[in-house]
Design a protein. Structure first.
Length: 646
């Protein structure tokens, strides 16, 4: 241990020995060595560390202090330091993205840094910041070879004894073992030496032991310093310490550290008036440089969030379109089945095909009507495209007779293949996107997200190519126009089938009848009656109709298929019967979620129980209710849950 009366660049005066001699620490050993400083709260541990830092700053040697309790910013009373952390009181708020720049400022620009992690609410973010900073210091020192000191408070939190050690602890151990040859020194500070990994303590080439009283801690002193110091360490006064170092012949010296010159930000608050001194500030340009990094990172995170949101929306849109295309394909298949059955005069097959087609068409239309805005128009266009392809005829005219049957069969196969190809293509796209997301285990970057978004955009713009073909026509060879809806096609085919059955039945009884006139007249009368019906029924008539058994059966079926319970459904029925209501009004009136209300309305519309006007208000469809009440099959339960008005 060397003693100097004067102060020079190579020595740091820190106190006096028990003999009254000045004690100085060698500057180079302090900057590049490994140190451990310990002592219980109030023993003077932080004061001793601050004295060493002050002497280094006096000689313009920069340091970086990892401050876990916010007690070192008082150094700014005399020195220009960068106080970086998470609090508003810091010069700049930083995050792990600032670590490399902080290392550059400290090492290459010679600006002392207090890395204050006491204000971080997220412990993982604070830990990552310390790890990244230590990593960049170590990496830069391998090239610079410049004496530099890293001071770490509460080192037991990073290098615990007997507990799992994270990346930060392993990095500090690496600095302790290999940093010296690169010029990077480290000082670990802790109140509890028993909680610090012993490998770190035993590798230190200078140690400072302030007062310790807990038995486990004094035993550490006995094992490392000597048994005679195990009891003596608990009798040390404030500011006193046992100092042992590799560079002296004296094994251990009892030292009284001097008081620090700067403001003691870590002092326990007392009853006396407390006044914070004026602190020095660093260059505004330096702070603005770090602020630019923060702003750039915030913009990057916002951009990533925006792209992820857009990708999620596109994926949901693709899934919706796939579902609608599948349903449209099912409708097309059912229509072809019905057309073939009618063409071949199979009454049983025609009836079954009619049921299948009605079911598919109901679910498709209900799902489409449940959506809002531009989505409705887009999805309807896609369904209409498939319908027109089903109904399209060849350029050379409409075949007749056996040729029509053959052409219809070939057209059905062609359309089915086209539908399969379209759905397969879209499904493959969604699968590819999902696979890409699943395999991407790295950090998300803006270019990655933009590439995914561009790919999804290209997929969304690819419309299925239209094909032409000829479906089977009815018995009279009538042409199915491309502009007709699937429901119109089914209605016309069903009427043809009914005329066949009626003609066969009455001919067998010897009663000639004008089937075409009767069927047409009946249909027109029904249509006229429906067109004349008011879609907004009166409360009294609706309530009376709702009490009918057949109507209650349909309402209960709709409620069971929805997400509403019986109480909520009854409340909805009561409000809609009173006057037309919007979905939001029903939500407000029942206190139920929009999703639950929407599922009930979709089920009711799918069964033609309610209609929606231009203002998106819902009312019971009286023609349907009256048809149910009048039809004896409904009372006997022969129409089934999927019954729809003709």
């Amino acid at each position: 241990m060397s003693a100097d009366d004067g102060v020079d660049e190579r020595h740091l005066p820190v106190g006096e020995t028990a003999d009254g001699e000045s004690l100085s620490l060698p500057t180079e050993e302090v900057l590049t060595g490994r140190a451990f400083i310990t002592g219980k709260s109030g023993s003077g541990k932080s004061n001793s560390v601050s004295v060493v830092i002050e002497e280094l700053l006096e000689r313009q040697y920069p340091v970086l202090v990892v401050d876990t309790d916010g007690e070192y910013y008082g150094l700014k009373e005399e020195y220009e330091l960068l106080h970086a952390g998470a609090d508003d009181g810091c010069d700049i708020q930083v995050s792990p993205e600032h670590a490399e720049r902080l290392a550059t400022i400290a090492l290459e620009e010679n600006v002392p840094v207090i890395l204050d992690v006491s204000g971080f609410l997220d412990e993982d973010a604070a830990d990552e910041l310390v790890f990244e900073t230590a990593k960049h210091l170590f990496a830069k020192e391998k090239k610079l070879k410049k004496p530099f000191l890293l001071v770490v408070e509460e080192v037991h939190e990073y290098i615990p004894e007997g507990a799992g050690m994270g990346e930060t602890g392993r990095m500090l151990i690496k600095v302790g073992k290999r940093g010296r040859k690169h010029g990077l020194g480290v000082v670990g500070i802790s109140q509890r030496p028993a909680d610090v990994k012993k490998d770190f303590i035993t590798q230190a080439n200078w140690l400072v032991w302030h007062r310790l009283t807990w038995e486990n801690d004094t035993k550490v002193v006995g094992r490392i310093v000597g048994s005679e110091y195990e009891a003596a360490v608990s009798d040390l006064d404030a500011g006193e310490a046992f100092v042992q170092a590799d560079w002296t012949d004296e094994a251990v010296e009892r030292v009284q550290f001097k008081r620090k010159r700067t403001f003691d930000a870590g002092a326990t608050p007392g009853l006396d008036d407390f006044e914070r001194p004026e602190l020095k500030s660093v260059s505004d340009t330096l702070v603005e440089d770090l602020a630019d990094i923060r702003d750039a990172e915030e913009q990057r995170q916002d951009r990533i969030a925006e792209l992820e949101r857009r990708i999620e929306n596109r994926e949901e849109r693709i899934a919706e379109l796939e579902t609608e295309l599948d349903r449209a394909r099912d409708v097309s298949a059912a229509a072809r089945k019905l057309a073939n059955a009618v063409a071949h005069g199979d009454a049983d097959a025609t009836a079954q095909a009619r049921v299948d087609a009605s079911t598919d068409d109901t679910s498709t239309e209900s799902a489409v009507d449940a959506m809002d805005g531009d989505d409705i128009a887009t999805l309807r266009d896609r369904v209409a495209e498939l319908e027109s392809r089903l109904a399209a005829t060849g350029d050379e005219g409409t075949p007749s007779g056996d040729e029509a049957d053959g052409a219809g069969a070939e057209s059905g196969e062609a359309n089915g293949a086209d539908d399969e190809a379209t759905t397969s293509s879209t499904a493959t796209t969604a699968t590819d996107v999902g696979t890409s997301d699943a395999e991407d285990n790295g950090d998300t970057t803006v270019p990655d997200l933009e590439a995914q978004l561009a790919e999804l955009g290209a997929e969304g713009s690819n419309d299925a190519p239209a094909t032409s073909g000829t479906d089977a026509s009815d018995e009279a060879g009538a042409r199915i126009e491309p502009t007709e809806r699937i429901g119109d096609v089914l209605d016309r085919l069903q009427r043809s089938s009914e005329r066949e059955r009626t003609a066969r039945t009455r001919s067998a009884d010897g009663e000639p009848v004008d089937v075409e006139a009767e069927t047409t007249t009946g249909k027109h009368e029904g249509a006229s009656e429906r067109d004349a019906a008011d879609d907004e029924p009166s409360p009294a008539e609706s309530s009376e109709l709702l009490a009918a058994t057949a109507v209650r059966t349909r309402l209960d079926a709709a409620r069971r298929a929805s997400q509403c319970n019986e109480t909520t459904a009854e409340a909805v029925y009561e409000h809609v019967a009173d006057m037309p209501r919007s979905a939001q009004e029903l939500v407000d009136a029942t206190g139920t979620s929009m999703e639950a209300i929407h599922t009930l309305l979709v089920e009711l519309r799918g069964r033609d129980m309610v209609v929606r006007d231009g203002e998106r208000r819902y009312a019971f469809h009286e023609p349907t209710l009256r048809d149910l009440v009048r039809d004896p099959r409904a009372e006997r339960g022969e129409l089934g849950e999927q019954w729809r008005i003709e």
